[in-house]
Every structure is written in C-alpha cells, then in structure tokens.
Design a protein around this ligand. Sequence first.
Ligand code: PLP
Length: 393
Amino acid sequence: MARGPRRTETRIVHAGRDPKVDNGGVNPPVQRASTVLLDKAEDMFRPGVWTYGIHGTATHRALKAALCELEQADHCHLLSSGLLACTVPIMALASPGKHILVCDNVYGPTRRFCDQTMKQWGCETEYFPPDIGADIAAMIRPETCVVFLESPGSMTFEVSDTPAIAAAARVAGVATVFDNTWGAGHFHKPLDLGVDVSVQATSKYPGGSADLLGGSIVTRDEELSARVKQVITNLGLSVSPDDAYLVLRGLRTMTTRMARHDGSARKIAAWLAGRPEVARVLHPALPDDAYHDLWKRDFSGAAGLFAFSLAPPADTKDVNAFLNALELFGLGFSWGGYESLAIPCDPQLKRTSTKPEFGGKLIRLSIGLEAPEDLIADLEAGFEALAASLAGA
Ligand SMILES: *Cc1c(COP(=O)(O)O)cnc(C)c1O
C-alpha cells in the first residue's frame, strides 16, 4: 500500500535524526566544537568543507533539518534569540536609503530595532495597519526593501490577509518576512501562502519549557538564504549546541503540547467572553472575533496566547489587583512554556498608523498545560480581587 504525504505531527518526530549514525541512540548527540580537524591541508580552504564550530555542528545540522521539515523549507538558519531571527533578515535586505514596511502590531523589540538601529543606518520604517491586505501595494515605494509581517500580533491578535500582502509585495519585487512565533511553524505555514522568509522565536513553543533562548529563519529562496547567511557569518552569530539540542528535543513534543494549549485556551477564552467584567476577548479562533474568517482560512489551529480587555472603569490599579491575585498564572514575559503566564499589555502598545480601541485595559494570557478548570478558578479569584479594587477596598 502506498504511503501518502505525512502530516506535521509525524514528520517532526522523525526529522533530523538518524540512529544508525548516532550509535543507536534515539536522539542526536550534543556535539561541541570550536576547532574542526581536517584530514588534508588541501581541505582547509576548500569551499563547502566544515572548518569551524561557529558554522554549526552536527547538533545544529539536525535541528536545521527538523525546522526545514516543519515548514517544508529548503534553508534554515539558527540564531541565539527570536529577536535576532527577526532583525537579521531585515539587516540582510536593507541598505542606506531604503524603506521598510512593518505591520503596526509587530513585536515591540522588532519595532525598536527598526526605529533606532535601522534609522541610524539610514533606513526609514513605515508602519501599516495589520488589516491593510492588498492595499499594501500603495505603500510600496521604489526603495522599499522588505515587508515585515507578524500575524496574529502577539499583543492584540489581528490576523493579516497574508496571501494578499505577499502577492502585492511579490509583484513589486519586494521580499516578505513573517514572524511566525504564534503559529510556531505548525498551525501556520506562511511559506505556503507566498511569504519569502518565515522566522520564529524557538524560545517559545519549540523550546516549550521557559529555559532557553533561540530563533530560526527558514526559506525556500536560495538567494535570500545566502544573504541571511552572510550577515550571520559576518557578525559571528552562533548558537550553543546545548541550546540547539534542547530546541530539537522540544520540537518532538511540540505538536502534542500545542494541541493541548489550543484546547485549553479556547475553553478559557470562551469562558472569559461570558464574564461581565470582560469587555472583549481577542482570540481569532472565537467565532465572533473580527479576524476569525482569515484565521480559519489560513491556520490549522490556535496558539495558547490571547488577550482580553477589562470593561471600564477598570484602570491600571484594578488590572494590577486582578493580576496580583493570580496564583497559577505567573507574572512574566515570554510565552509558549508549559506554565501559564499573564501580563498587562497597555504599557507595550505602540501604534502609529491607527489608534485601535480594545474596549478597556488589556491583559494577555499564555495558557500553559495545567488543567483549564484550575486556571479558570484562578481567574475567578482574580475577578474577586478586581471587584474589591473597583469598590475601593
Ligand atoms: C518572544 C518573541 C520574539 C523574540 O524572541 P526572544 O527569543 O525572546 O528574543 C519575537 N517575536 C515574537 C512574536 C515574540 O513573542
């Protein structure tokens, strides 16, 4: 019987490992190396020969193979943080006098890099509303060098019409880079939608345990890959083999974890939507979310990260009372780990293209692997503290 194309869940278990060459061990070993010994003097300057640890070891090559498999990419580059995975492709594409288009709901540190570092290097960044769609064409200039997307935005969860934006950029000959941390290469496949470069913070779902930092860049475009590689090589960027190993280890269970994160987050989001204290829930998998149709078209699942707003008159002190009453939700940045987290969003919301309204103060939740019923009980305690704070207690 013919074996059909395999699903992500299957491919990610088998990709990037070969027990036959690893002495039977299921997992590839952690290979540490700076110096690489060569057989012959003739090999030392031969192109394509592995000559130094900074270019990666067998552990890095195994992780790259698995990440290529995840998004059906041909080239993968590893970075020591998700932020570098976002900024390196921009550096690879930009030069003085160029113009950069970035979605206005982008991850804050990516925005800061564009506004400060790229500005210092003579590039102007312009922000477009996340729901711009094909109208992006009108913002593309002759000197535009990259369109940077993140969908859904990791604070406000707008889903972009990525195929329309990618098509408009392609017609204009402009490369697209997509921050795919929320979809993690599993629930969302931007390369299949016409995007040139997909990046993610492997610190989040691939790592899955809040104990490592990493980023990945994948593409099917050989020339773009070569440009990215040049920046990485020239700057001397590298990832420790131990961290590469942990990301690969995490990937094996990522699809299982994400299915659970998704199921719990949808339960909790639906429960929050029915609470009188909540003005709005920002979760694209909820049927009445403004971005639900786009999400349904382009995603196969939802991450455990979403936000909700507290109905006025709840202000910062009331948000803090709610957050301080939580026991299971940790107050911490980042997300994608097995433990649940909560943060107030408003201090991080920076918009220049439009001023969207979210109905009140925003709180973001990262739903972990705990029982959703226990997380709901924890949030209920938060609402009691909120009521006390609103009553002036
Ligand atoms: C966390 C995050 C990053 C950066 O990842 P780090 O490894 O923390 O540098 C980039 N993009 C998004 C959407 C993120 O949430």
